[in-house]
Design a protein. Sequence first.
Length: 89
Amino acid sequence: MSKQHFEYKVVYVDMRGRVSSEGEEILIQDGERMTAFGKRILNDLGMKGWELAGIHMQPMGTAFYVFKRPLAEGESPEPAKPIKGEVKV
């Protein structure tokens, strides 16, 4: 029996209405409630197979949310996206 493997995604959450992951930002929409904004983000990640695995609280109402999803046998995790202008060695 093979061991289950996972890939992980770290999402920075600013409780004032901004979510960021690897350079992609999502902002709260005009008139959108904070709870609806959170639900929209979580549902989108859930539909892509991501499950919330933990929350690491930071100062000033921010946090890192850690998500995981299983990898199929032989599949590799998505590589981290490079910062614009970063040169891969």
